[in-house]
Design a protein around this ligand. Structure first.
Ligand code: ASP
Length: 403
């Protein structure tokens, strides 16, 4: 597989190869992602409902939910603090030549306007964000990638209601949902048969502008260094604190999940694989891991939060803005919130980054400066996002076991 990836990146960069790859190789990657996305919503709904019905105890659900939310907040906030600290220490924004800035602003002008337009229809403040979590039409929510949190809320409410229904009536519903959940998991296994082709096609069809990369290398390395701190320091600490799982085992079990996240840039599309590997690979009670992972895929994005905090500080530095300590704190807090608001789909983090920029009055048009390497950084941050969800599932299960 590794050789295939190296070959495919090389092939996609050879002149003429790119057009051929787009026409004949990319579609296989698209088919693969579509199949995974097709399974994400049915899996979230059936797993959450069957998980809550299996717990049969609202207090237990409240405790698990509370622990999950606290853990997610702590890791996300820590990630943004790491991001802000690294960006302030390394100052990647000051390393970018004036000429490159002008060229980037010019080349990405059109894309920037499109992005700002999309963001304007999005969540812009905390109260709006809360109202947006509540579904009014579950079918609409299910058919919109960005509304996954509404689907999660619906499934939680449905699960709670089901525990209150008389067993003579609820049993059949629970059995049906359990059966559906198992069927969807089997479907995941079927889709995974084509994973090697899908992953290969996805990676082969990515093309990068190496020249722009070089000018933004310092910024990219700052983001990658921050992501590495989360993956190699923060998560091992959490895993060690709450479980007996060694980090070597964590990595080994998560390898296929990481590869999937890296090639699809979508934690939602990766969810079916994450669910399988986390529950079976670490022997975690399925109802707990499915619940934490479903919630995590929609709200827990440590990689995205770190990326947003570094990007915001980078843009401020590049545009000559001096950020005060207060503004840096606001960046860390809003990046935590806007990462929650980002959907688990490619490029979502860049859209909600506008919330962070807006909060400290950094000119949003300057987002053009960081557009070029976003696709690549998205691949890396999605890996951290799914690793964070798995780490959350391990920790919450560990806490439950201790009780
Ligand atoms: N692509 C990321 C994910 O799916 C979200 C982002 O754009 O940061 O987790």
């Amino acid at each position: 597989m590794a050789m295939g990836i190296v070959w495919s990146i090389a092939a996609s960069n050879i002149n003429g190869g790119a057009a051929w790859t787009t026409a004949y190789v990319k579609p296989f990657g698209t088919i693969f992602i579509k199949l995974l996305q097709m399974l994400a919503i049915p899996l979230i709904i059936t797993s959450i409902i069957s998980g809550i019905a299996g717990l049969r105890d609202i207090n237990k659900l409240g405790r698990i939910g509370g622990r999950t939310l606290i853990l997610f907040t702590v890791t996300c906030l820590t990630s943004t603090i790491i991001g802000v600290s690294l960006a302030t220490a390394f100052k990647p924004g000051t390393a970018i030549p004036e000429q490159t800035k002008t060229a980037l602003m010019h080349s990405y002008q059109e894309k920037t306007s499109g992005l700002i337009e999309t963001a304007q229809g999005n969540t812009t403040n905390a109260m709006h964000m809360i109202t947006e979590m509540v579904p009014n039409n579950i079918f609409y929510a299910m058919s919109n990638n960005g509304l996954m949190l509404q689907v999660v809320i619906f499934a939680i409410l449905f699960g709670i209601a089901l525990t209150k229904v008389n067993t003579s009536k609820s049993e059949i519903v629970v059995q049906l949902i359990d059966g559906l959940n198992e069927t969807f998991m089997q479907l995941v296994m079927l889709v995974m048969v084509i994973a090697p082709v899908g992953v290969f096609a996805l990676i082969a069809s990515i093309s990068f502008d190496v020249h722009v990369f070089l000018s933004l290398l310092y910024y990219m390395l700052t983001v990658i260094a921050g992501l590495a701190v989360i993956l190699f320091i923060l998560y091992p600490l959490i895993i060690k604190l709450f479980s007996a799982i060694t980090y070597k085992k964590f990595f080994k079990t998560m390898q296929p999940v990481f590869l999937m996240a890296f090639s699809t840039s979508s934690s939602a599309a990766t969810l079916p694989v994450t669910m399988d590997k986390v529950a079976n690979g670490f022997n975690i009670k399925k109802e707990i891991s499915d619940f934490v992972l479903s919630l995590g895929t929609t709200i827990n994005m440590d990689g995205t939060a770190l990326y947003q905090s570094i990007a915001a500080v980078f843009i401020a530095q590049a545009t000559g803005m001096e950020l005060t300590t207060g503004q840096l704190i606001i960046i860390a807090l809003t990046a935590t919130l806007s990462a929650v608001g980002a959907a688990g789909i490619p490029g979502a983090g860049m859209i909600t980054l506008i919330i962070v920029l807006d909060a400290v009055e950094i000119p949003i048009e300057a987002i053009a400066l960081i557009m070029a390497p976003d696709r690549l950084l998205d691949m890396f941050r999605t890996v951290i996002n799914v690793a964070g969800d798995a780490c959350g599932a391990i920790a919450v299960f560990g806490m439950e076991k201790k009780d």
